[in-house]
Design a protein around this ligand. Sequence first.
Ligand SMILES: C[S@@+](CC[C@H](N)C(=O)[O-])C[C@H]1O[C@@H](n2cnc3c(N)ncnc32)[C@H](O)[C@@H]1O
Length: 354
Amino acid sequence: MSQTISAPTHIPVLLNETMEALAVQPGGRYIDCTLGSGGHAAAILEQSSPGGQLLGIDADPEAIKVAKDRLETYSGSTLLINENFVNLRAICIKYNFFPVHGILFDLGLSSLQLNGNGRGFSFQHNAPLDMRLSPSQEVTAADIINTFSESELAQLIKTYGEEDYSRQIARHIIREHPIRTTLHLARVIEQVVGDRRGKIHPATRTFQALRIAVNQELEHLETALKQAINLLGFAGRLVVISYHSLEDRIVKQLMQQESKDCICPPSTPVCVCGHTARLRLINKKVITPSSAEVQLNPRSRSAKLRAAEYITTPEEYYQAAGKLCFAMDIKAGGWRKPALLKKLRVTSSSLQVN
Ligand SMILES: C[S@@+](CC[C@H](N)C(=O)[O-])C[C@H]1O[C@@H](n2cnc3c(N)ncnc32)[C@H](O)[C@@H]1O
């Protein structure tokens, strides 16, 4: 028995829509790249039984503990890994967990992380300015706040927070140095922005900017999404729920690009890119929560769900997978390309889903 952790209160966002977009089927193999409290994972395991398998990943060791408890009844069908999803490809190769029927990213933070557990993500609870998803990361929000120059801070707050008052906030931060706690930082921002934001707390954008920078969220998302596409089996589904426009832009652009046969600039008279579509968009328009869901779970209000299906044929998949393994230089783990391909043929034959 694993140790008992206080009950998670995170409500999975767009749960029905996610399950529909993932098209979860019995016996399927799924990856939840943002396990959190295991809400979506539990639904995936329930719907994919009998025979379903789930690889759950989270950078936060606390999330892994909570999800492990929650998913205990499925322990025989789950593999929970405390890792950053930027390493998705390496994780899947290490555990021989590909190709898969579906991959989910439910980005951002869980209620567990936001509920003032001393991690510094929230401006509503006093805590050290940390904001790291994992204690193994080196740079904290306090490091950025107290070592960046005024112009570097202004640039960061502008770019990642889309904050109009970035220069004024940066100037006040430098004057207040050192700033080591969330409430101290929130107070400094309030002095600059005041309550000019209506319903949004004046510190929201700056906190978002710091969190994105500390965890390299945008770079990691882009890298992981590209890896995810290569791990899908034929007709496998990629589902992403994002919570701010910077994330959503990355998801939208990548899905749109991968669903086109040509990505040459419109001015090019004849196609020279040789690009072929690998995805089919499931929902042309982004899916957002109903007003009922937002009322029940206000944290869902900014959620945007996008989904796509992998359309590359199994033959093309084998070729891509072979390249993938060569690119990873898989020798240490004992993998050899022919053995891997043989294994892939066996496993992917069960992926001929409709
Ligand atoms: C919104 S929560 C997921 C909630 C989950 N779907 C549920 O129903 O309980 C997002 C989770 O993703 C994790 N996360 C965010 N970025 C990550 C990354 N780059 N690598 C791994 N986990 C990440 C966070 O630690 C957090 O636990």
